[in-house]
Design a protein around this ligand. Sequence first.
Ligand code: PLP
Ligand code: ZN
Length: 425
Amino acid sequence: MALTSYRDEIMHMNGYRCIACAESQAADFAGFLCPVCGGNLDVTYDYAAIARVVAAGFDDSRADLFRYAPLLPVRETDSAFPLRVGGTPLYEAPRLGKSLGLRNLYLKDDTVNPSASTKDRASAVVLRRAMDIGADVVSIASTGNAGSSLACLAASLGLRAVVFVPENAPAAKLTQGLSFGATVFAVRGSYDNAFDLCLAASDEFGWFNRSTGYNPFTREGKKTCAYEIWESLGGRVPDRVVVPAGDGNLLSGLWKGWCDLQAVGLIDRLPKIDCAQSDASAAICNTVRRIRDNGESNPEWSTVVVDEVNASTAADSISVDRPRDGLAAVKGVLQSGGEAVSVSDEAILAAIPEMARTTGVFAEPAAAAPWAVVKQLVRDDKIDADELVVCIVSGSGLKDIDSVKKTIGKPLLIDPTIDAIKEVG
Ligand SMILES: Cc1ncc(COP(=O)(O)O)c(C=O)c1O
Ligand SMILES: [Zn+2]
């Protein structure tokens, strides 16, 4: 997909830099991967110019993530995005925090995005980009949420979405994609098989590929989550942000968001970014631990190889063998001084009703992983009671009720009488 006509229309994006070898590309570079080493690309900006624009504040007339247009690789435009993406609430969670003695616990509730996951942030920015270059078919490989997200937002814009998911993706996510009118391919095999097929098919048919991590603009959408947390906290910076990780793109986005805010002079310190994974899908955590075990915190990035695993977690959204934005995520954890913690699937599933009962926020397994990890960090004495901790709740519990059903009771089946209620107590 040629991006050549785009250059002069981007206000502040000024190119790309490779996450691995740091080689730069101009803003009109047409590929998605580094031509030198094949690494993922990071979008770069003229931060000095942005600093001058945002010194006056962001656009208060916009409630969605395009409020942050000066920091995004999109044309600043008056035309509103048809659905509201971003602008999600940050809730204090005093009862949940109190259960562990934490006094400043917050949940960033990204379940209220249009397709009920944080993936909408990436889809919105990628679709805006796709429209700017005249693409009318967008493709994606997904564990489920990113596909339903792309299908949802593409429907709102009248674009065609082609979605590749592993055949065992949860029914709700498939049903969403189909309802939104996407072409959904359920691929016999894993997410990683779906990813490779999407890549090949997009090349073959000339589709604009939104696949997570591979497409550099996905990180640009996800980073807006950090901006919103910062604004919701009245300009304070959390001590740590706990992020569920599969491909690692949400995590690398959260890290970039805070770094952007610092680069334009809006904050003067950065939070730790903690990586939350399942023991059964811990490629990023394993890599961070290996690097730290070698006594390193800032290795020569071009030489770092991210681990691969045979993922098999019930938290299907973060079940990934080969994290497609793994290096950027590993960098985010190490550069921020965060923790990389994997927990059991049992701990992740138990976290769902714990969060739901004390906060009213219903998370799918992947989205409950950060709370399970916070519990582990408290057990390991790694969090102080007064730290300001934000857990990213990245997807709705309604997306995968089969998993949570295992951890909660059944309804009390009764005859329609008052006596029956009294009997069961
Ligand atoms: C609900 C949810 N949480 C977390 C993630 C992890 O995001 P990433 O794959 O960018 O690490 C995903 C990815 O599909 C997701 O759907
Ligand atoms: Zn490179």
